[in-house]
Write a protein that binds this ligand. Structure first.
Ligand SMILES: C[S@@+](CC[C@H](N)C(=O)[O-])C[C@H]1O[C@@H](n2cnc3c(N)ncnc32)[C@H](O)[C@@H]1O
Length: 348
């Protein structure tokens, strides 16, 4: 970003570029073909953050398909949060992202969709090191749990007061009205139960289905592929990332949804602080989770349900409000039914 924005006051900049578009873009290796980049400032109508966009102009001489190198405007480096540079077809849809390569101009680290999702974790591309997370994160990385999740596992939540996916989606949509037309990130999307509904609604400029679990994301892709109502240009991206290191520029996201997720996060406070960082001013956060105990839980049992005895981070209603407020979210509202809570707040 620094290099691009610094140059944006002048009319042009010279970059080195490959002469033709590879099937999936290997990233930005230097070549003798230099080209001009034209800059234009553009801002999402609802987003307060203007981003500089660079469009590559291919010389007519070699008659190769045009290759674009641009700041993604959506994705940022998970290490330094600078917007990622992108080489490949533009657009936030599965095909275009799969065929694109991403690179941080600052860290020089590259990111791609080698698997069925765009890996934007800090550990992306590491060959020897694999980070083990707490059990609440690791459980959902299992292929079996990922397979079963939308095949019965999720329905069990109804026993604790969750109204069910259709109703939860409808409730969330009510809160997201003002974010329509913007970027919606479905954090900890699992196999994309809600991401797919948000994308199909056509109400958002782009929906990012984001989770840490590789297998959940593979399931998400599978569901999308087998759903005829998804076109190749449906605005959805499937991204692997950690909730405490979200790969988006600060103040760039219009809406964050996190269904049945807060209790699974290793640190709910770090996660909500991070969600607040990426939301634009006025951006909306909607989450659901299980409360530590429901209003009907007998007092005698409550000490045994203390979070000290749990691997999950079950919070209480007031604690969720407290964390949201201390992270700079305002207008907190919640709805409780048994152990189910849906809460919403917006970035000040
Ligand atoms: C119970 S599932 C919720 C899935 C879906 N949102 C729903 O409403 O059914 C919780 C999800 O949180 C994800 N998760 C756990 N730890 C995470 C982390 N550190 N970063 C991102 N996602 C995480 C898991 O992989 C899992 O898919």
């Amino acid at each position: 970003m620094a290099a691009l924005t610094a140059s944006s006051s002048s009319s042009s900049i010279t970059l080195l570029n490959k002469p033709s578009l590879p099937k999936r873009s290997s990233f930005f290796s230097s070549n003798s073909h230099s080209r001009l980049l034209r800059f234009s400032a553009s801002a999402h109508p609802r987003s307060q953050s203007a981003a500089i966009r660079a469009v590559a102009l291919e010389p007519d001489l070699n008659k190769t398909p045009p290759v674009q190198i641009e700041e993604t405007q959506v994705f940022a480096c998970p290490v330094c949060y600078e917007p990622l540079l992108r080489k490949g077809p533009s657009g936030i849809n599965l095909q275009a992202i799969y065929r694109s390569g991403f690179k941080c101009g600052q860290c020089k680290k590259t990111y791609s969709s080698k698997d069925e999702y765009l890996d934007l974790t800090v550990t992306a591309g590491l060959e020897t090191f694999s980070e083990a997370k707490p059990i609440t994160t690791e459980l959902f990385r299992s292929p079996l749990v990922s397979f079963l999740y939308e095949r019965g596992w999720r329905d069990n939540f109804k026993r604790s007061g969750f109204p069910g996916a259709e109703e939860e989606f409808r409730m969330a949509e009510e809160y997201f009205k003002e974010a329509q037309g913007g970027v919606l990130v479905d954090v900890s999307c699992g196999s994309g139960l809600f991401s797919r509904k948000f994308a199909k609604s056509g109400k958002y400029s782009c929906v990012v289905a984001l989770d840490y679990s590789e297998n959940m994301l593979r399931q998400c892709n599978e569901f999308i592929k087998n759903d005829d109502t998804f076109g190749s240009s449906t605005n959805i991206a499937v991204v692997r990332a950690d909730v405490s290191r979200l790969p988006f520029p600060s103040g760039s996201v219009d809406a964050v949804h996190a269904g049945a997720a807060l209790h699974c996060w290793p640190s709910p406070t770090n996660a909500i602080a991070e969600i607040c960082r990426v939301l634009r001013s006025g951006g909306v956060f909607v989450g659901t989770t299980f409360l530590r105990y429901s209003p009907s839980t007998p007092w005698i049992i409550r000490p045994f349900q203390s979070r000290i005895l749990q691997s999950y981070n079950y919070l209480m209603q007031d604690e969720i409000k407290d964390v949201c407020t201390s992270c700079g979210l305002t207008g907190y509202v919640d709805i409780v039914d048994d152990s189910f809570i849906m809460f919403t707040a917006r970035k000040a």
